[in-house]
Design a protein. Structure first.
Length: 442
């Protein structure tokens, strides 16, 4: 009898061990309906759009997801994986959550405007297969209008915008600049622009943007004075355009370009020309101090004679004052002396202008002449005329008393037309026209 009792005890123990080892986690029917997956909440006062929360309904434990045979066991844990919609790779965000827990809300740093897929898994602590609930979707936060007003960041909102707000200055001119950015997750955008010479932000320019997340605003333009440096601050809000809870992002300063008319006048003021001595003088050394928006400039003094350019002298912003004797230029014709300026702004914009120009008149320059004899019209071209220019001559015959006389021209197709001759520099052109006059009524 004792032997049989011991045998029965051993058999019973073996069956119990086998049952324990064989009891793998099995989900109850429609287990996903017992779980709420969404943004972390503080009742009706706050919805934290950067934090994910997984909660059992009715304050039950995660163990309630398992069938009765196993729901009392503690050799299983909960894991949570997420991925952005469109991505194929799942990222494990939490593991080894106790099966006896009722919720988990420590998945942070979500992008509020991104849609995530969330997977909840029950994993045995020993060998065995994990059980997955059906996939949940979370976000974007603005899809449910009733919760927008209580939307907040639980983590560092300013760090979020520092990491995700990518902006650049475009179209910086002498009267305005534009900031362009990638679409940003904010319903309210408030932009402030202040001249660095101003002390108080109360004097700053400001613009408010009510951002439509489905058609987001991505640029803004401010009208500003030329050649000034400006500080730019963005404030973002996730709940509304008029929110009191905002997150700040400061951009690098921007400097507007110089006004070319003002800049040209300064170059003109910095030179003088003496007609008696024919000496041209200039001194640009002070201009960089007057224009903080200019990084550097260079100049070239050139001679311009009917479009033919000859360099005479060059320099840059480091060059000291200089002079040039215009009488050293050899020419039979009138010509111009021009100072061409090329400059680069602090914002790396390259531009150019004419700093000043002096017109030099030669007293002995010839003019065009025309002479006529009985059979020839002779036109002598001014050797200082512009190359490849057109000479157009019109001929008409007037009789006594202003009466028009009939004319017979050997080349009949020239009658009543203008004769155009193209000439080269220093070319003398003779026009020979032989005609027969038939005088009537005289």
């Amino acid at each position: 009898m004792m032997v049989l009792l011991r045998l029965a005890l051993v058999l019973g123990t073996g069956i119990m061990v086998y049952q324990a080892e064989a009891c793998q986690p099995e989900l109850v029917e429609d287990a996903a309906s017992l779980v709420t997956v969404g943004y972390d909440r503080q009742r009706t006062t706050a919805m934290y759009v950067d934090t994910l929360s997984v909660d059992m309904k009715n304050k039950k434990k995660f163990a309630s997801l398992l069938t009765p045979a196993c729901n009392g066991r503690r050799d299983a844990t909960v894991a949570i994986e997420i991925r952005k919609v469109g991505s194929e790779e799942w990222v494990e965000k939490a593991r080894n959550i106790k099966i006896t827990a009722k919720h988990y809300d420590d998945i942070k740093n979500l992008d509020p405007c991104t849609t995530y897929e969330v997977k909840v898994l029950i994993k045995p602590t020993k060998a065995g297969e994990a059980r997955e609930l059906s996939i949940f979707k979370v976000g974007p936060y603005y899809e449910d209008p009733k919760d927008i007003a209580i939307s907040k960041f639980k983590g560092d909102g300013e760090q979020y915008y520092k990491d995700n707000f990518k902006a650049e200055y475009i179209q910086v001119t002498d009267s305005s600049f534009t900031v362009k950015w990638d679409p940003v997750c904010a319903l309210g955008i408030h932009v402030f622009v202040k001249n660095v010479e101003q002390e108080d932000w109360d004097e700053a320019l400001e613009k408010k943007i009510a951002n439509d997340m489905k058609n987001p605003t991505t640029e803004i333009t401010f009208d500003v004075p030329h050649c000034k440096e400006f500080e730019v601050i963005f404030e973002f809000a996730v709940d509304s355009a008029d929110s009191q809870e905002t997150y700040e992002r400061e951009l690098p300063t921007v400097i507007s370009d110089p006004n070319q008319k003002v800049l040209k006048s300064k170059f003109e003021e910095a030179h003088k020309f003496d007609n008696i001595s024919s000496v041209l003088e200039w001194d640009f050394t002070h201009l960089l101090d007057e224009f903080d928006c200019i990084e550097s400039f260079s100049y070239k003094l050139v001679k311009d004679e009917n479009g033919d350019i000859d360099p005479l002298l060059d320099g840059n912003h480091d060059s000291k004052g200089d002079e040039f004797n215009v009488s050293s230029v050899v020419s039979e014709c009138n010509f111009g002396i021009r100072m061409n300026i090329e400059y680069e702004t602090v914002e790396n914009h390259v531009d150019s202008l004419v700093g000043f120009e002096e017109h030099i008149h030669k007293k002995d320059q010839k003019d065009n002449t025309i002479s006529v004899n009985e059979t020839n019209i002779i036109f002598e071209v001014n050797p200082c005329g512009e190359p490849d220019s057109d000479i157009v001559i019109g001929l008409s015959e007037i009789g006594r008393g202003g009466r028009e006389l009939s004319t017979s021209i050997l080349e009949s197709n020239l009658a009543g037309k203008l004769l155009s001759i193209v000439h080269d520099e220093y070319q003398e052109v003779s026009i020979l026209m032989t005609w027969i006059l038939s005088l009537r009524g005289l």
